[in-house]
Design a protein around this ligand. Structure first.
Ligand SMILES: Nc1ncnc2c1ncn2[C@@H]1O[C@H](COP(=O)(O)OP(=O)(O)OP(=O)(O)O)[C@@H](O)[C@H]1O
Length: 258
C-alpha cells in the first residue's frame, strides 16, 4: 500500500501556557478530501501552519507525501500548496504579477501558459491586471486559489476556502475543487466552518475541540452516530460536548416571548 499523503502522530503546539494543538493524530490517504472542523480556537489554523512547516511543533511527527516534514521539508514543499483568506497577497502587485513571482518560486515550467490556463479556469481575466489591494473578497479568493494551484500540488491545504464568498461564487469554487481533485488525484485538507461544504466535499471529517480530535469519520458515519440530520447539528453536539443528541426544549420550558 502506498504511503498516506499525510501522517500526523502525537502533534502538539504550545504557545506559553496555551496548548493550541494537543496530541493530534490522523492520516489522510492519497486522493482523500479531509475536513478539519472545530469551533473558534480549536486549533485548526495552528495545525495547518505546522503541516506547512510555518510553525515548529512542540512535539510529535508529520510525514507528508512520504517525507519527514520536520527534517526534510524542502523535499516536499514544492509538491504542496495552500490558500488562506488570512494571508493577503502583496497588495500593490496585480494578480498576474503575484502569480509570476510565485510561479518562479515554485519553478513552474512555462509560467505564462500556466497563468493563462488558471486565469481562464478561475475567471480572473477581468481583474488580472488590477492591483490586488483593490479587489473584492471573492476576487481575492479566486486569485489565492490560482496561486495555490500554480504548481499542480499533490497536497492542497485550504483554510476556509469559501469564507466571505457569496453563495453562488462559493458553490462555483466547491465545484471547481471537486473537479480539480477528480482530474489530478490530489489530496485536499480543508478547514471550514461551513458544514454543508464539508458534507459535500469531504470523505473524512476530523472534529477538533481544544486542540484534540474528539471524533472522526465519514460525514455519513457521523450523522448516524449522533442521530442527526446534518453535520451542523453534529458539530453543535461536539462543540458543546454533548455525546448524545439532546431533545429540543418543550413548549413549557421555553422562555416566554416578549
Ligand atoms: N501565536 C500565538 N500565540 C499565542 N496563542 C496562539 C497563537 N496562535 C494561536 N494561539 C492560540 O491557540 C489556540 C488555537 O488557535 P487556532 O488559530 O489554531 O484556532 P482555529 O481553530 O484556527 O480557530 P478559528 O476558527 O477561530 O480560526 C487559540 O486558543 C489561540 O488563541
Amino acid at each position: 500500500m502506498s504511503e498516506p499523503a499525510i501522517l500526523v502522530e502525537g502533534l502538539s503546539k504550545r504557545f506559553g501556557p496555551v496548548i493550541a494543538v494537543d496530541q493530534l493524530g490522523f492520516s489522510a490517504p492519497k486522493g482523500a478530501v479531509i475536513g478539519l472542523l472545530g469551533g473558534n480556537g480549536a486549533g485548526k489554523t495552528t495545525s495547518i501552519a505546522m503541516l506547512l512547516g510555518l510553525l515548529i511543533p512542540t512535539s510529535g511527527s508529520i510525514r507528508i507525501l512520504g517525507e519527514d516534514m520536520l527534517k526534510h521539508r524542502y523535499r516536499v514543499l514544492g509538491r504542496m500548496n495552500f490558500s488562506s483568506p488570512y494571508v493577503d497577497l502583496p497588495r500593490r502587485l496585480t494578480p498576474r504579477q503575484n502569480l509570476r513571482v510565485f510561479a518562479s518560486l515554485y519553478a513552474v515550467a512555462d509560467p505564462t501558459r500556466r497563468i493563462a490556463e488558471l486565469s481562464e479556469q478561475l475567471a480572473l481575466g477581468e481583474f488580472i491586471d488590477r492591483p490586488c489591494g483593490s479587489l473584492s473578497a471573492g476576487q481575492k479568493t479566486r486569485v489565492a486559489l490560482a496561486k495555490a494551484l500554480l504548481n499542480r500540488p499533490e497536497l492542497l491545504l485550504l483554510d476556509e476556502p469559501t469564507a466571505s464568498l457569496d453563495p453562488d461564487t462559493a458553490d462555483w469554487i466547491r465545484q471547481y475543487l471537486e473537479t480539480f481533485r477528480r482530474q489530478t488525484g490530489a489530496t485536499i485538507l480543508l478547514a471550514s466552518h461551513n458544514m454543508a461544504e464539508v458534507e459535500r466535499l469531504c470523505n473524512e471529517v476530523l472534529m477538533m475541540r481544544r486542540g484534540r480530535v474528539v471524533d472522526h469519520g465519514t460525514p455519513k458515519e457521523l450523522l448516524r452516530r449522533y442521530g442527526r440530520a446534518n453535520l451542523e447539528e453534529v458539530f453543535l453536539d461536539i462543540a458543546r460536548d454533548r455525546s448524545q443528541p439532546v431533545a429540543a426544549p418543550s413548549e413549557e420550558a421555553r422562555p416566554e416571548a416578549g
